[in-house]
Design a protein around this ligand. Structure first.
Ligand SMILES: Cc1ncc(C[n+]2csc(CCOP(=O)(O)OP(=O)(O)O)c2C)c(N)n1
Ligand SMILES: O=C[C@H](O)COP(=O)(O)O
Ligand SMILES: CC(=O)C(=O)O
Ligand SMILES: [Mg+2]
Length: 633
């Protein structure tokens, strides 16, 4: 993630934008005014997003495309669907949302489309490659309802197009001959350059288009030659290029068109709407366009920038960098260890591994399902794959984890970054499902390290396991300071022991250890004797942990995962199975779609802080005194 300094003189004065309150207002503007509006929007985004943080590069690339879309389509009668949704800032501005002062913060604008914000938004899940599925369903529904007037347009990045769902969508659009316009927003990048056969195909089409474009720019001899070539190559429209992969599937193809040329993009879109079936408009854009620092950012074209408050100076070491470092060391010792990423090499911390062992890292595109099954294959072939993903993105690959990896006894390690609350990306990005989901997988071993030392150690332990899958989960943000154990209970580690017998056992999962210790301190001051234990391995739970539970009056589990079926629920079940009848209170994230806020705010709201845990324990103890034999309090 890049630090940025906006170019001096850039402000957010927006006289033209002030005249646009809704998409229809755009239709009254002429060509040069539209170009000036694009410049204004770009200046606004650079100034605002540099301050708030957010997806700067992708949004700088879609300004002109968004203007063209809103001039051709009549949203919300027509549906404009942004795949992933991280590139919809200009769309927000043109649909009346201009207060970016709290972008991605609590109570502020979402970093993605949001149904609560606008009738112009529909998809807000922000997991990639879903827009064609939505488009397919909407177009079918409109057809059934006899609403031929309602058009559907989906904007999908070249990165999102690497996801299998996009191809399932295209297949279905072609099958039903649905009138859907698919704009491929091709900037050649995901975070890093987009990889694979599809990326090569798009690149070849880009080059073919570019060659024609250059010929046209040659004043005298070039133009007739261009026209001759062009006429020969195009039959139905003057923009259609033959031999595209899409045409082979039964989806028309227009382009490539320069996505920073509003008039040309508009013309391509208008042509697309005249066709009576699915059509791809190949739109070539530059990620970071118009902001030199972003255009020149080799890493990811400023895909996402940190808020200015967090920028400056060296950021503190985060969990990702500890993982990154340990992977390089493990890689040196274990030539069979390979890494798999779903288009997020650098964000998940595999850059250094890739530099050291370029042949042992595989970027499969935004294709988590394929990443997991491919890892099963790697394991079957004798390698030990580490599949590194953001926790929330594993969700869609549950069946592959269960049936390909676990059922087949594959030694695959899942390294899940951004596990727990992530906050500013809203409900879609909190990593609060993995502990529940992977509890269901027979043979899966789950580690939740509490600090950097434990992350290194447990990653090693996990990678040493063959014959079944392992998972290591860790959160977003600075790595927690090391906490040394005071005793052990099997594989669990005791972090605090009272002098005498304990009243309360706090089972702190992973990075919740520090807050649990803080709570124990507060409770001790009130005369409550608390033992704090870190299970280290959340699955399987060590029998010693059950003995500890039996030795206390109240058990409290603390985890940054949804409360349903997570570590607390697993312990409650293990205790019941073992005939241990102790009341158990679960402190966890509520099983809800959590509103966007800072990560700390989300944790605070869920009571996952020292104060919150101490308060919960005190309440639970008070209730225990009243009802005595309650099992879950
Ligand atoms: C299922 C899933 N995996 C990973 C991501 C993380 N992610 C968000 S945007 C992005 C790259 C998108 O590339 P592209 O679609 O080409 O859009 P661009 O940013 O280039 O405009 C990735 C990997 C995600 N949102 N969803
Ligand atoms: O997950 C997608 C984000 O927009 C980028 O997240 P991050 O800042 O946690 O890497
Ligand atoms: C949008 C998103 O998920 C990302 O930028 O990673
Ligand atoms: Mg892209």
């Amino acid at each position: 993630m890049a630090d940025i300094r906006p170019e001096p003189g850039r402000g957010s004065a927006t006289p033209l934008l002030d005249r646009v309150h809704r998409p229809a207002d755009l239709r009254a503007l002429d060509g040069s005014t539209l170009t000036a509006l694009a410049t204004e929007i770009r200046g606004f985004l650079i100034a605002e997003v540099s301050r708030s943080g957010g997806h700067l590069g992708p949004n700088l690339g879609t300004v002109e495309l968004t203007i063209a879309l809103h001039r051709v389509f009549e949203s919300p009668r027509d549906r404009i669907l942004w795949d992933t949704g991280h590139q919809s800032y200009a769309h927000k501005l043109l649909t009346g949302r201009k207060d970016f002062s709290r972008l991605r913060a609590k109570g502020g604008l979402s970093g993605y489309p949001s149904r609560a914000e606008s009738e112009h938004d529909l998809i807000e899940n922000s997991h990639a490659s879903t827009a064609l599925g939505w488009a397919d369903g909407l177009a079918k529904a409109y057809r059934l309802a006899g609403r031929a007037d309602r058009r559907v347009v989906a904007i999908v990045g070249d990165g999102a197009l690497t996801g299998g769902m996009a191809w399932e969508g295209l297949n279905s659009l072609a099958d039903q001959n649905l009138r859907v316009v698919v704009v491929v927003n091709d900037n050649g990048r995901s975070y890093a350059p987009t990889r694979g056969g599809l990326a090569r195909h798009l690149s070849a089409r880009r080059t073919a288009g570019g060659r024609r474009q250059r010929l046209r720019e040659v004043p005298v001899a070039g133009a007739p030659l261009y026209r001759a070539l062009h006429a020969m190559k195009t039959k139905i429209t003057n923009m259609r290029a033959p031999q595209s992969l899409f045409q082979g599937l039964g989806v028309e193809y227009l382009g490539p068109v320069d996505g920073h040329d509003i008039a040309a993009t508009e013309e391509a879109l208008r042509q697309a709407t005249r066709l009576d079936g699915p059509v791809v408009v190949h739109c070539v854009t530059r990620k970071g366009n118009g902001f030199a620092a972003a255009e020149q950012d080799e890493l990811d074209r400023m895909h996402v920038v940190r808020p200015r408050s967090a920028a400056g100076g060296r950021p503190p070491a985060d969990w990702t960098s500890v993982f990154a470092d340990e992977m390089v060391r493990i890689g040196a010792e274990r030539p069979d260890v390979v890494a798999v990423t779903a288009a997020m090499l650098e964000p998940v911390g595999l850059q250094a591994f890739a530099e050291r062992y370029p042949d042992r890292v595989f970027d499969v595109g935004i294709a988590e399902q394929h990443a997991v099954t491919s890892a099963a294959g790697l394991s079957a072939g004798g390698a030990h794959p580490v599949v590194a993903l953001y926790a929330t993105f594993l969700n869609r690959a549950f069946d592959q984890v269960l049936m390909d990896v676990a059922l087949h006894g594959c030694g695959v390690t899942f390294a899940l970054d951004r596990a727990g609350a992530t906050g500013s990306d809203g409900p879609s990005h909190n990593g609060m499902w993995d502990l529940s989901m992977l509890q269901l997988v027979p043979t899966m071993q789950i580690a939740a390290p509490r600090d950097g030392t434990r992350l290194r150690a447990q990653l090693r332990e996990a990678i040493a396991v063959e014959g079944h899958p392992t998972m290591v989960r860790y959160p977003k943000g600075p790595v927690a300071p090391d906490i040394e154990p005071v005793a052990r209970a099997g594989t669990a580690e005791i972090l605090a022991l009272p002098d005498g017998p304990g009243d309360v056992l706090i089972v702190a999962v992973g990075p919740m250890a520090a807050a649990a210790l803080g709570a124990a301190g507060r409770l001790a001051a009130e005369g409550v004797a608390v033992t704090v234990v870190d299970p280290c391995w959340v699955k399987p739970l060590d029998a010693e942990l059950l003995k500890l539970a039996e030795a206390h009056r109240l058990v409290v589990t603390v985890e940054d995962n949804g409360r349903v079926a997570g570590a607390g629920a697993a312990l409650a079940q293990a205790m019941r199975d073992a005939g241990i009848h102790r009341p158990l209170h679960q402190a966890a994230l509520p099983q809800e779609f959590l509103a966007q806020a800072g990560r700390d705010e989300v944790l605070e709201q869920a009571g996952l802080t020292a104060r919150g845990i101490a308060r919960d324990v005190a309440h639970a103890l008070a209730r225990l005194r009243v009802t005595d034999h309650e099992e879950v309090v």
